[in-house]
Design a protein around this ligand. Structure first.
Ligand code: C2E
Ligand code: MG
Ligand code: MG
Length: 508
């Protein structure tokens, strides 16, 4: 009916408007006037002599205006409705969006018995789907995930895609165990879906959970809390969830504070580069060192990298910091050289954050050139986890780095899955065996054989092997047993400031 009205009204209007208009256009105003009058009286005289015609003209004009007004109002309301619909619909999934969720939950009052939750879910590896299979399939996956969530909605609950690959749900579960099994079921449903579409990736869902307190819902605060909880998880290869607790908010406040402090930290040279020796256990000589950053914080004192690096990886500042450390190492190598001290190779850590978008080879080359240091004195340490994450993306860049004369070191080997394949997929020069390699293992014999084999394969291929975290005589004996002869650990030396490192090197 509305559709018909929509067409009929403009149609009638056009008839009403165009018929006199066409007369006017064809005959001109004079001809029209003469069509009505036979003598030379004015048009006003004509109208005053013919009151019925005047009335008809006035009524006609009024009718045209009224119809025009109706059409304008009708179209305006129609467009408003469309706009309103757009405002509450997610353009990707075509399901109600976050705006609609805000409206639906505006009057929600939580009973506060610990059975209502806000869940914030992020698909950890979603960008691979977009990159490898295209955005159309990516959008399909997002829609199907939201559909799977919506299928489980009960009255009073709500959900939406908030942005990117992030979903928000407000759900009721009798117990926390029920909530956990629902999250598991969602991961399984998504897995089945992906299988259907022949996608080789298993989606990894990371969920932050916030238990809603009694009272009216503060949606933004609840989402922030669930996000804190999600962010507190470490990256992992399986779907997981974390329930918010107040320490997380404190942590987050600390991190915000750190972020503010950062602006001055580099300018005021608060980051210091310390060095830990790598020692040959046969000759007892220093054969290299690792550069480790620490932060001399004006209020909190000396902070070790474990405290701030994970946070800097989250906010990407680590990329700036890594280059700052690398540049400091080059400056200090130049200082050693100018002091007549024999140089040893120094390794610098580069976070996996560089792997998404890095121009590492070019920048490292430019920095070493600026300080007149040969790349053969510099090793780039990347963690085993980082190299695994995106091996296809990094291999090309690491080859370039290697071709430019830098050595490549795989850090913390043995802390994760440790595929030996890394050794022939990447141009590896140094293998740093993780501290945990020297820990007692359940199946000592297999661990023993695997470690010995890795060391011998590496050494047979010209790869230098370094054992990290050696503290005791027993551990030193184990290194010998595994066939290694270079160690980095407290047994010989702890990380030390440059002045102290310089002194040790001068006496080496
Ligand atoms: P890493 O690269 O594996 O560095 C070795 C860590 O083990 C250092 O901790 C070192 O102090 C510690 N360590 C060495 N020998 C022993 C030992 O015998 N016993 C024990 N218990 N620990 C030992 P640190 O300085 O706290 O550094 C922690 C991690 O922070 C480093 O692990 C590295 O992954 C990261 N890191 C340090 N500096 C940088 C940097 O400039 N950039 C980046 N991206 N990460 C860095
Ligand atoms: Mg390292
Ligand atoms: Mg290490």
């Amino acid at each position: 009916m509305k559709k018909i009205l929509h067409w009929i009204v403009p149609f009638c209007l056009s008839i009403l408007f165009f018929s006199p208009a066409s007369v006017l256009a064809s005959d001109g105003p004079d001809d029209l006037y003469h069509a009505y009058t036979d003598d030379n009286t004015s048009i006003m005289d004509y109208f005053s002599n013919h009151p019925k015609v005047s009335l008809a003209v006035i009524l006609g004009i009024t009718a045209v205006f009224i119809l025009l007004l109706i059409v304008i109002v009708y179209n305006f309301r129609r467009h408003n409705k469309k706009l309103e619909q757009l405002m509450i619909t997610d353009p990707v999934t075509h399901f109600p969006n976050f705006e609609q969720m805000k409206r639906d939950t505006a009057h929600f009052v939580c009973p506060g018995n610990g059975t209502w939750y806000l869940l914030y879910t992020d698909i950890q590896n979603f960008k691979y789907i977009n990159d490898l299979y295209g955005h159309a399939l990516g959008d399909w996956v997002l829609t199907q995930c939201l559909q799977a969530i919506r299928d489980k909605l009960e009255p009073g609950e709500s959900c939406c895609r908030m942005d990117a690959d992030h979903f928000v749900q407000i759900k009721h579960f009798e117990t926390e165990a029920a909530m956990v099994s629902a999250l598991r079921a969602l991961a399984e449903a998504a897995f089945a879906l992906i299988n259907q579409a022949d996608i080789l990736y298993r989606l990894i869902f990371r969920t932050g959970v916030y238990t809603l307190p009694a009272g009216p819902l503060d949606l933004n605060m609840a989402i922030d809390s669930a996000i804190y909880a999600k962010q507190s998880q470490s990256n992992s290869f399986v779907s997981n969830w974390t329930v918010f607790d107040h320490a997380m908010r404190q942590n987050n406040l600390k991190e915000r504070q750190m972020e503010q402090d950062l602006t001055h930290a580099i300018r005021d040279h608060e980051f210091e580069v310390w060095y830990q020796n790598k020692v040959d256990i046969e000759t007892q000589k220093i054969v290299g060192a690792e550069a480790l950053v620490c932060w001399r914080h004006p209020k909190q004192g000396l902070l070790s990298p474990g405290v701030f690096i994970p946070f800097f990886e989250k906010n990407q500042f680590v990329t700036r910091l890594d280059f700052y450390v690398f540049e400091t190492v080059c400056q200090q190598l130049a200082d050693l050289r100018d002091s007549g001290i024999a140089l040893v190779p120094i390794s610098s850590n580069f976070s996996r954050v560089h792997f998404d978008n890095w121009d590492l080879p070019e920048r490292c080359t430019a920095i070493t050139r600026a300080h007149g240091i040969s790349p053969s004195y510099l090793e780039i340490e990347i963690t085993e986890e980082g190299s695994l994450d995106s091996i296809h993306n990094v291999a090309d860049k690491l080859n370039k780095l290697h071709a430019a004369g830098f050595s490549l070191s795989i850090d913390d080997f043995g802390s994760g899955i440790s595929p030996v394949q890394l050794l022939y997929d990447l141009p590896v020069d140094v293998l740093k065996m993780d501290r945990s390699t020297l820990d007692p293992h359940d199946n000592e014999q297999i661990h023993d054989q695997i470690t010995k084999s890795i060391v011998s394969i590496a050494m047979a291929n010209g790869i230098k092997v370094i054992f990290e975290g050696v503290e005791t005589d027993d551990q030193l004996d184990m290194v010998r047993h595994f066939g290694g002869h270079i160690i980095q650990g407290y047994y010989y030396s702890k990380p030390a400031p440059f002045a102290s490192f310089k002194k040790q090197l001068a006496e080496n």
